[in-house]
Write a protein that binds this ligand. Structure first.
Ligand code: SAM
Length: 265
């Protein structure tokens, strides 16, 4: 028996219905290449192998690697499954994937934000992401009335969609909170054709630096009168807080500051 390690976010799925729901959401074709993060005991991997052309699975727990090597002996031998012992936050997909790929995974929750940002902003991003994550985080990412650095970081690269709530009862050991399936589709870097990616996120980070303050006060590196003019031009209320600004409005401010040469082109 392999005892679950809390430190690695090990909550194993035990429901075939949920697995089927994840697979359906990923809309897999026979030629698809899938990157799975944390295959665990392989419950999702098994279904991915049935539906996709090839699966690359990265697992950080060597006990599970031993287990999976036995379980998927044939699939590894005929190159349908590539099992990698390692940390997904250090993995470079371009080293083992040569075409487009999808990410489908029940991810360890402690890496959610870092993992999504790393892969979406990479120079070799997936075309689609389907992940299981904490319900509250999925809600925060998909909401339209209260943005966060995380939700904006995801919307800058793709379209997130809340697919379904998954009760904590579907996992073993059972986590304290419910989960959700999140789809991120239409992934691209199109937004950054005309604005500098680094300046854009630097602006957002500065804007969110003190959440209770008005945005205009957080952006104090720009002279106040200039900022007020920009807000008026793009029809943003002067007293707005960072969380109430949409992605489009952040782009508007970035463009205006770029034109004034306050930030990079
Ligand atoms: N896919 C399995 C399932 O659905 O039952 C397991 C999911 S469990 C929530 C997360 C898995 O990710 C565990 O197997 C854990 O060991 C692995 N893991 C944790 N941190 C990791 C990391 N940084 N890189 C790769 N795998 C990791």
């Amino acid at each position: 028996m392999i005892k679950a390690k809390k430190s690695l976010g090990q909550n194993f799925l035990k429901s075939n219905n949920i697995i089927n729901y994840i697979i359906k959401t990923a809309n897999l074709k026979a030629g698809d290449i899938v990157l799975e993060v944390g295959p665990g005991k392989g419950i999702l991997t098994e279904k991915l192998l049935e539906k996709a052309g090839k699966v690359i699975a990265i697992e950080k727990d060597h006990r599970l690697i031993d287990f999976l090597q036995k379980k998927f002996k044939d699939e590894i031998k005929n190159d349908k499954l590539k099992l990698i012992y390692g940390d997904i936050l250090e993995y470079k997909p371009e080293n083992s994937i040569k075409s487009t790929y999808k990410i489908v995974a029940n991810i360890p929750y402690y890496i959610t934000g870092q993992f999504l940002r790393r892969f979406l902003s990479s120079n070799f991003p997936p075309t689609t992401v389907v992940v299981m994550l904490q319900k509250e985080v999925a809600k925060r990412i998909t909401t339209t009335n209260k943005e966060s650095i995380l939700s904006l970081s995801i919307k800058a690269y793709g379209q997130p969609k809340y697919i379904a709530t998954v009760s904590a009862k579907n996992f073993s050991p059972q986590p304290k909170v419910d989960s959700a399936i999140l789809l991120i589709d239409n992934i691209s870097k199109d937004l950054f054709k005309n604005i500098d990616e680094q300046s854009f996120f630097q602006l957002i980070k500065t804007g969110f630096s003190s959440k209770r303050k008005m945005l205009i006060n957080n952006l104090s590196f720009v002279p106040k009168d200039e900022l007020e003019q920009i807000f008026k031009n793009i029809k943003i209320p002067l007293k707005i807080r960072a969380e109430n600004l949409s992605l489009k409005e952040w782009v508007g401010i970035t463009n205006s500051l770029k034109n004034k040469e306050v930030i990079h082109n």
